[in-house]
Ligand binder design. Structure first.
Ligand SMILES: [Zn+2]
Length: 147
């Protein structure tokens, strides 16, 4: 249906306003999403630290963060201790081929100490001690201190 001159002008103005509103809403949605992602990362970090504080003192390891939460929260290193020799190696969860929604405490059943298990009938099991932040290489740590 053909529009009169006045209707065409009104339509052009309405489209311009709609585009302006759409750009504004899009900008706000990007900002809201980034704030939300930061909040989720903070929640994951706090959850990992809370769980580590319980587990490191011998508390129950159930209800642990998932692998995805540990990585997102900046605590990608699983800290364990061999029940036999007491060594405390760390595993980088980012290198594991497990689904991201796997709770970290379920990994305990698959953990064993290689040096203590070599040549023995039963493998030496390991205890979970918690989740740790990534250790920076020495040169990166120095740069960070210099800032
Ligand atoms: Zn060992």
């Amino acid at each position: 249906m053909p529009l009169s001159g006045g209707d065409r002008k009104a339509q052009v103005k309405a489209m311009r306003d709609a585009r302006f509103i759409a750009r504004e809403y899009f900008r706000k949605s990007v900002l809201a999403r980034s704030i939300g992602e930061l909040k989720i990362r903070e929640a994951d970090r706090l959850f990992c630290d809370a769980w580590t504080n319980v587990v490191v003192w011998g508390g129950v390891a159930r209800n642990s963060p998932t692998i995805g939460q540990a990585i997102n929260g900046g605590r990608p290193l699983l800290w364990v201790q061999c029940k036999r020799c007491g060594r405390e190696p760390e595993f980088d969860l980012r290198l594991l081929r497990r689904p991201a929604d796997t709770p970290v405490h379920l990994l305990e059943a698959a953990l064993f100490c290689e040096p203590c298990s070599a040549g023995r009938k039963f493998r030496a099991r390991a205890n979970l001690l918690g989740l740790r932040p990534e250790l920076l290489p020495p040169e990166a740590a120095q740069q960070k201190q210099g800032q």
